[in-house]
Design a protein around this ligand. Structure first.
Ligand SMILES: *Cc1c(COP(=O)(O)O)cnc(C)c1O
Length: 496
């Protein structure tokens, strides 16, 4: 098993293996774990990959990365893809136009791309835990929570599972569908708590619990280890490399690309974990062209990639219709800094961000960053226009993916005739009120009404049974707590 390395260099703690990095994801100096080296695919290997199934490709790439996961465990984890719409192709490719393919990453049970990594992740964690009891905390703005709960439910892990999950969500901060996906989870090892606060409060609370001596002492007394399932976990990132490779190879196999032809990748981005998978794939030799980050009105990633300055000092988070990208501190950017500039420089930048609220790349560094990345952003008004325009062409977008279409339209102009792929990160039904409004419904519809409205426009379209059923399931978790009461609510639940 490989030793993982740390983005800010080694502190008092030694480097750890992949399994430890998955189970205990916070590194010394506050850095993140990452792969020590990346394998390099030859053109022959890429050609070979074309004939592998999705799960075979995953096993092959994990082997080349040297993750050292037990084969039986990985097989068991990858079986979770059988619950996706098409078991042989958990991700699906669709054609948008002559030059754009859409990589639909939302065909899993919770209809957002988080399932691509989180579905197998639960079984991996359970396997690595080796019977030891774990409490996993997760704070969500909407998509991570449902995907984590689904993954760690007993139906998925088996009755002898030793993992408990507490999921914290902002009471008024998610869509109806997202909230119902969480509060109807009836597996006894899962607890869902609404908090009176926003996502930042939830995340802050979670971080302080990880350092809270009363809480840690309580868990220790019970023999329970603590972990988090947030998106910087390297175990999740590993699974997010695979679909980028798979999409490239599949497009070659279908003759939509000639082998080794560059393919520009567009990713609606927030915490930068999805596009990071694309970055690693490119570094491993997949002929990806530009990695284009698409943002909403919270366009800090756009500013960073176009100017080299990451400045949070005068930023206020804006609520948009693509809430999974409402972010100011984008965690996985750190892993890109590390790959490009090394541990010392990464540590310097992250220190500066923490102390001054800003860091700036010099011109040579900026050029290196722009050698890989480009960026675009999209305001809500344009986002709705694009949903309407695409629907008229026969493709239904969710608001996050629509921001990616904006990027495509921009970049296609200066890259005429070149090929693009856009990651679709959610199904429209998960953000139905915005979709419906874009298509002419009045503003402010509830999710159910909005879904009915969209379906009424398109008689051929079916609602995923996964979404239909959340409206019918009974609510199991109705508890909403003040931020100050969270710790005791969790301890109380663990006590029974
Ligand atoms: C999580 C999420 C994103 C952002 O992905 P990152 O990996 O955090 O950049 C984009 N769209 C949707 C729908 C999401 O759920």
């Amino acid at each position: 098993m490989i030793e993982m390395i740390q983005t800010r260099g080694k502190g008092e703690r030694e480097d750890v293996c992949f399994a430890d990095a998955v189970l205990h994801p916070s590194a010394s100096f506050g850095g993140l774990y990452t792969f020590p080296t990346l394998p390099r695919f030859t053109p022959q290997m890429l050609e070979e990959f074309e004939n592998l199934s999705y799960t075979e490709l995953c096993k092959r790439v994990f082997g080349l990365l040297g993750l050292g996961l037990d084969e039986g465990l990985l097989d068991f984890a990858l079986q979770t893809y059988e619950g996706f719409d098409e078991s042989s192709a958990p991700a699906q490719l669709a054609r948008y136009d002559e030059n754009l393919s859409i990589l639909e990453l939302y065909h899993g049970p919770t209809r957002a791309f988080k399932d691509m990594a989180l579905q197998p992740f639960g079984r991996i964690v359970q396997g690595l835990a080796q019977g030891r009891e774990y409490l996993i905390l997760v704070a969500t703005s909407g998509d991570t929570g449902p995907a984590t709960l689904e993954s760690f439910a007993r139906e998925n892990l088996g009755q002898d599972c030793s993992i408990k999950v507490v999921c914290i969500y902002p009471k008024d901060g998610t869509s109806d569908v997202q909230r119902l996906q969480m509060v109807t989870q009836d597996s006894p090892n899962l607890k869902v708590l609404g908090i009176k606060g926003n996502f930042d409060d939830a995340q802050q609370m979670l971080k302080s619990l990880l350092r809270d001596s009363e809480f840690l002492g309580f868990l220790q007394g019970k023999g329970v280890a603590l972990s988090v399932a947030n998106s910087v976990n390297i175990g999740r990132v590993a699974f997010q490399i695979i679909y980028h490779i798979w999409a490239y190879c599949k497009l070659c196999k279908e003759d939509a690309l000639t082998r080794m032809q560059p393919l520009h990748l567009i990713v609606p981005s927030g915490n930068f974990g999805n596009i990071l998978g694309g970055f690693y794939a490119k570094k491993m030799g997949v002929p990806l062209g530009k990695l284009i980050s698409a943002s909403n009105a919270n366009n800090i990633l756009y500013d960073f990639i176009t100017t080299g300055v990451y400045d949070i000092r005068h930023r206020q988070l804006r609520k948009t219709s693509s809430p999974a990208m409402d972010i100011i501190k984008s965690s996985n950017v750190e892993r890109v800094l590390f790959e490009l500039f090394g541990a010392q420089r990464t540590r310097e930048c992250m220190r500066s961000l923490q102390d001054e609220g800003v860091y700036a790349l010099d011109s040579v560094e900026l050029e290196a960053l722009q050698g890989y990345f480009a960026a675009s952003f999209c305001e809500d008004r344009e986002c709705k226009e694009l949903i309407a325009k695409s629907f008229a062409k026969g493709y239904l977008l969710d608001p996050h993916t629509a921001c990616g279409i904006k990027a495509y339209e921009e970049f296609a102009q200066s890259h005429k005739g070149e090929q693009f792929v856009l990651c679709s990160t959610a199904e429209w039904s998960k953000f139905a009120p915005t979709t419906a409004e874009a298509l002419g419904a009045r503003a402010g519809l509830g999710d159910e009404e909005a879904i009915r409205f969209v379906l009424s426009l398109d008689s051929a379209r079916r609602l995923s049974p996964h979404i239909a059923e959340v409206f019918k399931k009974p609510v199991v978790h109705s508890e909403v707590v003040e931020i100050e009461g969270l710790k005791h609510a969790i301890m109380q639940w663990l006590d029974v």
